[in-house]
Write a protein that binds this ligand. Structure first.
Ligand SMILES: C[C@@](CO)(OP(=O)(O)O)[C@H](O)COP(=O)(O)OP(=O)(O)OC[C@H]1O[C@@H](n2ccc(N)nc2=O)[C@H](O)[C@@H]1O
Ligand SMILES: Nc1ncnc2c1ncn2[C@@H]1O[C@H](COP(=O)(O)OP(=O)(O)O)[C@@H](O)[C@H]1O
Length: 297
């Protein structure tokens, strides 16, 4: 069998409202998630042994372990469990993860890797369509949206998904200042300050956003409720946001997820790439990770 390969794309929360808290401590969200061309690559080859295995490669593989805690191997285990008794007898998979996305950075890299592994394993084992979506939420709140990997409104804790209305063509620049941020610690900070901002229910336009201006007019009515808490923990995020807002041709900027990656929107991928070159020339951006290109359709 030829190896199977798929991309685990970066998820960006264009806005993120925390609307409530469940009894188990998980927060209810309302968020518009889109995916960028940036991503990790996962490859699956048939293996002869009886254990699934993982090897790590790429610029952000250092600091990650290829052990049972890695979300790629956790995905394989969760999928076998979901399948039931026959899950244990399915052929072993040799998985290879090429890590290009910064770890613990608010763009769901680990969740995207898990979702990507689920998609590949479901193809490898020729599983029915509902099997990977059943395993996804057991791996993390962001894994279901990463399985879909298309612009989506996320509600509940990330388990209620609705396809987003049509989005305009745009370019995106992602910038991470090289600090990792733990998602639970940012939700804890939010909870400690009372957390929930009361707001009227938000409605998305049924016909979508025909232009970037119309999308930005909508985003201007929203926030990322986790952003102030992430800045309080890692003040360098505020510096990233200042730099993004000052870039040529920038139309909008904000932090994604629980941070620290921030994004800026542009009329085109070319303009995003030109702004990335401009930023890379600044002293403050030394050691910052960035990626610029298209938002996936
Ligand atoms: C904040 C978001 C927004 O898309 O993105 P990231 O910053 O991780 O990219 C996600 O909700 C993150 O999803 P994910 O990273 O999969 O979270 P999980 O592993 O399930 O949960 C980690 C911890 O975050 C908190 N958590 C997570 C999701 C949620 N809806 N409410 C929460 O309170 C809980 O404390 C939980 O124990
Ligand atoms: N394949 C993986 N890639 C990234 N992180 C992983 C992976 N497997 C396990 N993890 C763990 O998951 C945590 C969350 O990682 P990640 O998904 O990158 O965060 P975020 O959703 O904030 O971008 C990290 O602290 C990391 O230790």
């Amino acid at each position: 069998m030829a190896p199977l390969q798929d991309m685990a794309h970066a998820k960006i929360n264009l806005f993120l409202h925390v609307t409530g808290r469940r009894e188990d401590g998980y927060h209810l969200l309302d968020s518009l998630a889109v995916f960028a061309g940036a991503g990790d690559r996962v490859t699956l080859s048939a293996a002869s042994g009886d254990e699934d295995s993982l090897t790590l490669h790429g610029p952000f593989s250092e600091g990650l372990e290829a052990d049972d805690n890695n979300l790629v191997l956790r995905a394989a285990k969760a999928l076998r469990h979901e399948i039931g008794t026959t899950g244990r007898t399915l052929p072993a998979a040799a998985l290879r993860l090429e890590k290009h996305l910064p770890v613990a950075s608010g763009i769901g890299g680990g969740s995207a890797d898990a979702a990507c592994a689920l998609r590949l394993l479901a193809r490898h084992w020729q599983l029915p369509d509902d099997m990977a979506p059943r395993a996804a939420p057991t791996l993390g709140a962001d894994v279901p949206v990463c399985l879909v990997q298309k612009a989506t409104r996320m509600e509940g804790i990330g388990d209620i998904l609705t396809p987003a209305p049509a989005l305009p063509e745009m370019g995106i620049l992602l910038v991470n200042p090289g600090v990792s941020v733990s998602t639970p610690s940012i939700f804890r900070r939010l909870a400690a300050t009372g957390g929930i901002t009361p707001r009227p229910a938000l409605s998305f336009p049924e016909t979508g956003w025909p232009t970037l201006a119309s999308l930005i007019a909508f985003l201007d009515t929203t926030e990322n409720d986790l952003q102030p808490h992430a800045i309080a923990q890692e003040p360098v995020i505020a510096t990233v946001l200042e730099r993004l807002a000052a870039l040529p041709d920038v139309r909008f900027s904000r932090m994604s997820g629980s941070g620290a990656t921030c994004f800026a929107l542009f009329d085109s991928a070319d303009k995003a790439m030109a702004a990335a070159r401009h930023l890379a020339g600044q002293d403050c951006a030394h050691g910052w990770w960035h990626w610029a290109g298209p938002v996936l359709p």
